[in-house]
Design a protein around this ligand. Structure first.
Ligand SMILES: [Zn+2]
Length: 158
């Protein structure tokens, strides 16, 4: 099922011990493996779950209204189109905002509040999401994920 492999790190995974030979099975795999075939869960995984942690990382911990970088505890999830106006709690409608800007914006759209949005919110693809989660990702896997990112150029209007 393996189409190709990449990455410098090779892992040895040990399996069970054969009752006949007494030998333990082991598999050596590269840190990056492309697998043939269709991913039947792909459509469900296309939209990663929305959490504040990954949202703040997506926006580089920068408030998308004032442009200042903040610690997580000073940041909030802002709904660009407010929930009270029918806005969705979805990647494409949420941005990182500092408490001050979020309070100032209140239940208004950026236009109504006369606040300029510095970047357009986007839905991270799977590679971007794994990068945002940054859990147990090796350096060469990180490079591979970055190469799978969408074009960044039209995202930031700054
Ligand atoms: Zn702000």
């Amino acid at each position: 099922m393996v189409a190709w492999t990449a990455g410098d790190n090779v892992f040895s995974l040990r399996g069970g011990v054969s009752r006949l030979t007494g030998e333990q099975s082991s598999v050596r795999i590269n840190s990056i493996i492309a697998v043939r075939g269709e991913d039947r869960l792909a459509h469900r995984r296309n939209i990663p779950p929305l959490t504040n942690r990954e949202l703040f990382r997506r926006d580089h911990h920068i408030c998308l209204y004032c442009g200042r970088e903040h610690h997580d505890d000073a940041l909030t999830r802002d709904h660009v189109k407010p929930i009270s106006q029918g806005g969705k709690d979805h990647w494409s409608n949420v941005v990182t905002a500092c408490r001050r800007c979020n309070t100032h914006k209140g239940g208004r759209t950026p236009e109504e509040a006369r606040m300029r949005l510095l970047a357009v919110p986007y839905i991270p693809n799977l590679a971007e999401y794994l990068y945002l989660r940054n859990r147990r990702i090796l350096a060469d896997q990180m490079e591979f994920l970055k190469s799978q990112f969408k074009q960044q150029k039209h995202r930031f209007q700054m």
